[in-house]
Design a protein around this ligand. Sequence first.
Ligand code: DMJ
Length: 620
Amino acid sequence: MVFRKLPGVSASGMGLRLSQKFVFLLFLSGLVTLCFGALFFLPDSVRLKRIFLSKTETPPVTVGSGSENDAREHLKRPKDQEHPRGMTSAKGETSTKLKSLSRKPVVSREATEERLAGGKALEDLTDTDTFSYAKFKRCLLKPPLGRDYGKPSDPNTNERREKVKEMMKFAWDNYKLYAWGKNELRPLTRNGHLGNMFGGLKGASIIDSLDTLYIMGLMDEYNDAKEWVQTSLDLNSNGEASLFEVNIRYVGGLLSAYYLTGEEVFKSKVLELGEKLLPAFNTPTGIPRGVINLGSWSWGWASAGSSILAEFGTLHLEFVHLSELSANPIYTEKVMNIRKLLNKIEKPHGLYPNFLSPVSGNWVQHHVSIGGLGDSFYEYLIKSFLMSDKTDGDAKKMYYSALEAIEANLVQKSPGGLTYMAEWRGGILDHKMGHLACFSGGMIGIGADDGVPEKRQHYLDLAAEITHTCHESYTRSATKLGPEAFRFDGGGEATATRLSDRYYILRPEVIESYMYMWRLTHDPKYREWGWEAVEALEQHCRVEAGFSGIRDVYTTTASHDNMQQSFFLSETLKYLYLLFSDDDLLPLEDWVFNTEAHPLPIIRKSFFSGAGYGLSIPFQ
Ligand code: DMJ
């Protein structure tokens, strides 16, 4: 490099006189101070600012500002008004006009007032680079807990809803009494069960219950659960865990609890846990293995073999939210990589087999099912589309092509006129439908409206038919509860023929479909079917110290399995409660439920800063 000789500068290069040096340094430091100071006045979305100012230096993230107030309100609320107030506030407070909020029309005047009351208008909120809880709440189309916590006006329905709440309290109280801190309650032996699914993590029933307790207004119980998370949820375990189970129950449960309450503890715990899951993706293809060692960074996964479609395909919703909350795109990148591989790979008849090698990225065998091993992969495609505020076109395309292939190859009609989803083994049909596959009534229902116009009614009809078949699997048993799997061959229809398929472990899928079909059609039969299930649960699964699964749905002489599954609290009772609530409790316009029934908000660009970490990466 050549320096031109300046007056007063020596030949040696920069030899300035002392006074010149002083003036120059003074000028330089002034300039630096000015530039740095100016950074604070730049809009938050400017990348330069993100680079120079650490998170803590950015204007305070509004997490907790609105939320903590809400939460403290719950703590103070007298027992006779147990319900949390959610985002509603006293009517009649100043309302400011909202200019640029919604992509969808605001549903009612009251909802708008409630959203705006007591706060600044959206445009007055500072746009931050990180997620803002206050902004998120203001951008929801409706209050999460409805105008009156979803209380139905019809007294009979309300009575039924109260009954479900009582069941939840009973299940929870017994868990608390006999199994506190363990993963599940063993209601016959009155002790706790840890199992080996969660790699040493504890309190699965607590994490799975947080949102159910909250929406039911069981605030003392919710507060106990929250306190346990604060003081006792230890994420530094060192065992081998199922990535899928930890994700749907712990990550999903904590995310929902955070979005519903704004309590910072749920956010920090879920971000800590999210990081621990990342090594699972260190495989040659980036397809995670099913089992992860939570304690080891260098050895992220354990056990050889193939990965299961429903397991690695059921991460998308939670991981996109982890990216949003952490402002770190890595989670979205990981799941988008899975999506890309699945999109590219050749599919037999357009179907997705259940097993894939995480090493070669090829299918391992051709077994296809909408029940166990495959189920929630399909669910997460349509829900990813819905959760992205209908911007995730890849998910949409993949979902509807998969559904077409399913219809062409798996959907069958029995001689008695029942529509069912068979399983497919290398081209040969197995005329069996698992209880797990019964979620598909609800899934096809919620996806009906975004299908091509000429198929929308058809999809809704198909959803209703599948739900009807699953209901038949319940009504054809002595207990009025459905078996683990039912068949359509060997003379039977919608009944289990093998002894080993006769059990019921408090699963939610059939009730889940009733709930969605109720919301979509308001056909009263879905509420009636839900009530039949409540009565059957009470009669055959309720024991002195909780609820238990049963070994044979075809006999009323009960043989209990001594296990109150955590998904009973998270899903079965929540879906029942929603079924008997008004639609404005967790409205589908704003929320999607993960596969463990934990509600996650639809991501609107308006409530996330900048481009949105979950939205910007995959879809541009
Ligand atoms: C739950 O953990 C989830 O619904 C999962 O997707 C499937 N199995 C259970 C409930 O049956």
